[in-house]
Write a protein that binds this ligand. Structure first.
Ligand SMILES: NC(=O)c1ccc[n+]([C@@H]2O[C@H](COP(=O)([O-])OP(=O)(O)OC[C@H]3O[C@@H](n4cnc5c(N)ncnc54)[C@H](O)[C@@H]3O)[C@@H](O)[C@H]2O)c1
Length: 257
């Protein structure tokens, strides 16, 4: 029987990057979002579900029989506290609890550089397992997600892997992106490593490509099998022509303004 991987937030940017790239013989992707997701193409081993990550019953049903959950669904930027609390923090707890009740052994959480956004960037490479220093309520929600992941690992033995993603876009959007970019291909390589590393326990890794100007330490990600192939440097010339950006001394860049 095919291994089922549930992907929340599958209609979003990273979800769309991962959909074709996580396809494997013997794997079936269960794609979930509150927004509409394009249905399975002929021969594509996917199903789509319209559900909210804050709905315990829906998430319990979505987790049934899954070998792993990739949790991307939520608000990916700063927002009001009530929304951040409901969707990102309570939603992540709901996903982890649903996974526990359905005996899903592994959950991969989309964390963010903004969980540690107020750390100075001068001391690059910015190490793995940096203590939370959020730059926004959004960053607080990502630190809370990591803490929840740690709890579900220690208390329930679930494997939980948190990726502190830098800037995951088709191309680096600005000069900061030359340091923080995670290409779509490397994003899939990272998530594949997090889905397949044997007996990982609880881990927090940086999510970035092998950028010449990279600031994030990829040691822990590499230890789990991640082998980045892209480098933002090939976009440097194009970005040199872009308007100058204000230099920010912190990991979180403009989120720290
Ligand atoms: N793209 C990046 O550079 C980046 C960087 C750091 C972290 N992340 C994290 O990665 C994840 C995916 O980011 P993205 O860039 O694809 O964002 P996105 O906004 O494109 O995708 C998020 C998806 O989550 C869905 N969603 C929102 N609320 C939901 C709910 N209550 N229930 C179910 N689905 C819900 C949205 O409909 C959307 O399709 C997010 O958790 C984000 O915080 C992204």
């Amino acid at each position: 029987m095919d291994e089922v991987v549930l992907v929340t937030g599958a209609a979003g940017k990273i979800g769309r990057f991962l959909r074709p790239r996580l396809a494997r013989p013997g794997r079936f992707l269960r794609l979930l979002d509150v927004a509409e997701i394009p249905p399975a193409a002929p021969g594509e081993a996917v199903e789509t579900l319209r559900a909210d990550v804050t709905d315990p019953a829906a998430m319990r049903a979505a987790c049934a029989g899954a070998a792993a959950v990739v949790h991307l669904g939520g608000i990916p930027h700063e927002a009001g506290w009530a929304d951040v609390l409901r969707v990102n923090i309570d939603g992540t707890r709901t996903v982890l609890e649903a996974a526990r009740l359905a005996s899903v052994p592994r959950v991969v959480l989309a964390s963010s550089n903004h969980a540690v956004g107020f750390h100075p960037i001068a001391d690059a490479p910015v190490p793995d397992y940096l203590f939370p220093r959020p730059d926004t309520y959004y960053g607080v929600s990502k630190a809370a997600g990591e803490a929840l992941g740690s709890l579900y690992h220690d208390r329930h033995g679930m494997h939980v892997l948190c990726a502190r993603i830098g800037t995951c876009e088709e191309e680096p959007p600005d000069r900061r992106g030359l340091a923080t970019w995670l290409s779509p291909g490397d994003c899939a390589r990272l998530f594949e490593a997090l889905l397949t590393a044997p007996d990982p326990g609880f881990r927090v890794v940086w999510g970035a490509s092998a950028n010449t100007r990279g600031v994030f330490d990829l040691t822990e990600a590499r230890a789990l099998g991640y082998r980045p192939e892209d480098d933002a440097e090939r976009h440097a010339a194009a970005l040199a022509a872009a308007p100058p950006e204000r230099e920010r001394p912190y990991v979180g860049g403009p989120f720290t303004d």
